[in-house]
Design a protein around this ligand. Sequence first.
Ligand code: ASP
Length: 602
Amino acid sequence: MAVEYNKRTHRCASLRSADVGQTVTLAGWVNSYRDHGGMVFIDLRDHEGITQCKFNPQTDPKAHEIARALRNEDVIAIRGDVATRGDNINPKLPTGEVEVEIREVDLLAKSEPVPFEVSDHVEASEELRLKYRYLDMRRPKMQKILRLRHKLAKTIRDFFDEEGFVEIETPCLTKSTPEGARDYLVPSRVQPGNFFALPQSPQIFKQLFMIAGFDRYAQIVRCFRDEDLRGNRQPEFTQLDMEMAFVRRDEVMDVVDKCVSRIFRNVLEIDLKLPLPRMSYFEAMDRFGVDRPDTRFGLELQDITEIAKKTEFSIFQKAIEAGGIVKCIVVPGGESLTRKVTDGLAEEVKGIGGGGMPITKITAKDGGVACTTGVAKFVQPVVDELCKATGAKAGDAIVFMPGSYRDVCKYLHHLRTRLAEITCVIPENCWDILWVVDFPLVDWDEDEKRWNSMHHPFTAPMEEDVHLMDSDPGKVRSEAYDLVLNGEEMAGGSVRIHRREVQKKVFELLNISEEEAKLRFTHLMDALTYGAPPHGGIAFGLDRWVMKVAGVDSIREVIAYPKTQRAVCPLTDAPSLIDSKQLQELGIDLRPEVKAKLEDKP
Ligand code: ASP
């Protein structure tokens, strides 16, 4: 009689000493095998864990014979009796006190030798792991991450359901929505020459749900952005997208606070203190140089323009004369930074467009302090004032940055992050979470000489700033808010414009012509004429949340079938060429230079 693999009595992590004597049926993959002369041991693995199986030629010569031929990743089903391992306990396994003495085994499927070992100590390249993702996902770590992802998604879904939100799907074949990235396009066969865009977000659709009277909507939804895949980006990613009607920003932020607190409780068993703290955009920029501040550590930016004016340091003077500022970061204990490290940091600043990193170190001298190294000779005359103003003391280093407000923020943010890593001041297991609010509505693009929206063009300006829209648009604040965790943006949203005239005005400010607005957003503009309630919402990047709670650094680790950094899928080999007939049907012809390039390739 065959082993009834369809009637497994246990999973591979369940058996304990208390089960000794029971007859059990298990099934799974051969994780490893050991042939000890007479006795064969197989570690049987499923998604829950490992159970040791013992094949004794005396008990059943046939089963023993099959076991001798088993290799890693063969699929088997076994029936046998749970026995104690006596003195040979394996404390590393939850099932380590027992083994199953096999009476019967069935080989359900043989495996070819695998391209890499199915183990958490995998050394294979990422490309190879992704090509054989189904093997990669057999590893306990991937199982754990993807199950955690499920738990997180379920926590979020349950939460919004309880709060009265409805999940409604929005289309994938749609029109461009302006989230600032390039669209993925899909050609239409029935309307040759016309293209759908895959949604960068369901932004307009969710606003239309509010106009349709749904009141509260939340969807876990796939979004597509054709961006260069620097670091942790994926062309398709998942977002929790929500929208609420008849609210101001406080109500949206309150719901998100509760959701985040639920996530921390359910997934991490951490109790957060609510409400989550809030910081204005300008405070974040002034203190940290960035709108997603990492508040787990100090190294804050300090303005020393007035002191810098008193020095004879020409690069300080030049920056100030050009209307700029001088800021600094005090690095506690920074005296021990080596020349190699500080030169390396200066090079990094140059690499992102800056001029370098003026630095000096502070030492104790004659009962007071003195500057040594770097730009010491320029700042020595103001050293006492500098130390008093910034709190620097002997043993510290001071890193300076002269320039425009924007540049100083950019370079000092970079340096602050790097200095924190180098001097190891980032506490472990710390979750610092806060809201950044009061963003400017628009940002001046010096290259293009135009205003861009900081969030997206549907974000409402603050009522009390609307009068500045014509005279001083850069001063208008918006009703946008971002949720920041340990220096990363985890969610972003806003209260939206619900009046057509205001939306028109914002389009004008953004230099979106009436024709362009009509072409791209008629459906929204029309809808705004039929009674739109005040509304607002937010979206959280689900992949980023999984990365955070799973403690992994790569977004590719939290997505079952991700693309590589070249935006390809090694498993399916997508994207791939299509035949000329399909192209013809779509009314598409490849450009000669593209064809030539393809012909060049073997
Ligand atoms: N649509 C925005 C985004 O995808 C989120 C929002 O404003 O609600 O970033």
